[in-house]
Design a protein around this ligand. Structure first.
Ligand code: PGA
Length: 247
């Protein structure tokens, strides 16, 4: 079984207007020949313009969330089909800022993942423990529980990735130690194999939470780390390219 193809995905969160498309183009130019797949997930309203701006490059465009229904009376929401129509190839689902801020449960994340698959959009499903859960020794139980609950059986045979993002490491400059990252990534891999047999070996497991050019090489070469989900450092081409080159 060959190792999963690594993926570096930038999560722009609620940052970026049309003025930021130049930064995306600089990322695409610099990422040519990258040792893995590269994606930028901008705010939904920028997806279409970014997909057009990056057409012909190897950089993929993704969404940051999608509704679990394909269409309907859901004011303010965006369906996976709409993301696909706008040019998104991937979508981040179950980010901790959605789980915490919008009370997204594992069941909701699993339903959104099914919706992404129906639309042909590759899901990046996020999991991660809080600091209190880590201090209580519950990190592995929480994360593997989220993997079991958020990844539906329909993912069997489909392309997807899991992003391990310790909540306390997001946007804080704090990162777990390498043994801590490897311990969680190995536990996620074992859970994926339990759920999906051999196919569970093919999904990259991304690490996310304060990944920067300075720590990327060490993190990206850790056991079972198959890429990164990058927030703040994906907004500037220079920083994001520093991470991509560390692959
Ligand atoms: P950060 O965010 O890189 O700014 O810590 C990561 C994320 O939330 O995906």
């Amino acid at each position: 079984m060959t190792a999963p193809t690594p993926l570096i995905a930038g999560n722009w969160k609620m940052n970026g207007t049309a003025a930021a498309l130049g930064e995306a183009k600089a990322i695409a130019e610099g990422a040519a020949g990258a040792a893995g797949r590269v994606a930028i997930c901008p705010p939904a309203v920028l997806i279409h313009r970014m997909a057009e701006a990056l057409a012909g490059s190897s950089v993929l465009v993704g969404g940051q969330d999608a509704h679990w229904e394909d269409a309907g009376a859901f004011t303010g929401d965006t369906s996976a089909e709409m993301l696909a129509d706008a040019g998104a190839k991937l979508v981040i689902l179950g980010h901790s800022e959605r789980r915490d801020g919008y009370r997204e449960t594992d069941d909701i994340v699993a339903a959104k993942t099914r919706a992404a698959l129906r639309a042909g959009v590759e899901p990046i499903v996020c999991v991660g423990e809080t600091l209190a859960q880590r201090k209580a020794g519950e990190a592995l139980a929480v994360v593997t529980g989220q993997v079991r609950g958020s990844l539906p059986a329909e993912l069997a045979g489909q392309a997807f990735s899991v992003a391990y993002e310790p909540v306390w490491a997001i946007g804080t400059g704090l990162t777990p130690t390498m043994p801590e990252i490897e311990e969680v990534h190995r536990a996620i891999r074992a859970t994926l194999v339990e759920q999906f047999d051999d196919h569970g070996k093919t999904a990259p497991i991304l690490y996310g939470g304060s990944v920067k050019p300075g720590n990327a090489a060490e993190i990206l070469h850790a056991d079972e780390v198959g890429g990164a989900l990058v927030g703040g450092a994906s907004l500037k081409a220079e920083d994001f390219l520093g991470i991509i080159r560390a692959l």
